[in-house]
Design a protein around this ligand. Structure first.
Ligand code: 13P
Length: 249
């Protein structure tokens, strides 16, 4: 049985009091579920979020981290720092990190390794841009992102990997990949992993879909056999919407 996950990526939203408020609202609104529920506030609010959600079933996760443990990397945060406040899962490779901060596959592979060294779980994001899809290159692009970012891992390390397919053209645009487009890509991702590793690894890994998931479309997207949950941006900033998406899983 694959793990189902719904994770809220808050991106650069919510100051400290807003973070506390949203977490309080979530505590009152989230339905009971067997799925894992995660929230990713900004770095400065992680410690307060961990404290506030202690004892709840919601896991607080980070949006990014550096590959080094410590050193002269002004403005960066290490796995050790995250773990010291109780964070055990990190989102890596988000398309906004790739597009606006120059994070490429080689850097992401190093970050993935740092997470593996620290025994942290990674939510690894990838996905094609609109021009790739228009050119019919979306499968190739995704295959390369997986190969370059993750396929150096040992089979046993895959138990610490969650995948998040986020087509860039669907992020924050209101345009969702159709459930069939999501299913087609998720099935392709599993096939690619099965070829690089084995069927079991491919069947066990959780693959999330991200990109304009809302209460109105979550049911249909989550009903697809290879879609194991969602990475939610905008709709995760509203407790009722996020709770409705969690209910859909
Ligand atoms: P939206 O749900 O706002 O499209 O964002 C998706 C995303 O980037 C989650 O990481």
């Amino acid at each position: 049985m694959r793990k189902k996950i719904v994770a809220g990526n808050w991106k650069m939203n919510k100051n400290s009091s807003e973070t506390a408020d949203l977490l309080t609202q979530l505590t009152g609104t989230l339905p009971n579920t067997t799925a894992e529920v995660m929230v990713a506030p900004t770095f400065v609010n992680l410690a307060l979020a961990v404290k506030q959600m202690a004892g709840s079933s919601v896991e607080v996760v980070a949006q990014n981290m550096h590959f080094a443990q410590s050193g002269a990397y002004t403005g960066e945060i290490s796995s050790n720092m995250l773990q010291s406040i109780g964070i055990e899962t990190v989102i890596l490779g988000h398309s906004e990190r790739r597009a606006y901060f120059g994070e490429d596959d080689a850097l992401l592979a190093k970050k993935v390794d740092a997470a593996m060294d620290a025994d942290m779980r990674v939510i690894f994001c990838f996905g094609e841009e609109l021009q790739d899809r228009k050119a019919g290159d979306h499968f190739k692009v995704v295959e390369n992102q997986l190969k370059n970012g993750l396929f150096h891992l040992e089979t046993t390390q895959w138990k610490k990997i969650v995948l998040a397919y986020e087509p860039v053209w669907a992020i924050g645009t209101g345009e969702t990949a159709s459930p069939d487009q999501a299913q087609e890509m998720h099935a392709f991702i599993r096939k690619t992993i099965a070829e690089a590793y084995d069927q079991e690894t491919a069947q066990v890994v959780t693959i999330l879909y991200g990109g304009s998931v809302k209460p109105a479309n979550a049911n249909e997207i989550f009903s697809k056999p290879d879609v194991d949950g969602g990475l939610i941006g905008g709709a995760a900033l509203n407790a009722e919407d996020f709770a409705a998406i969690v209910a859909a899983i």
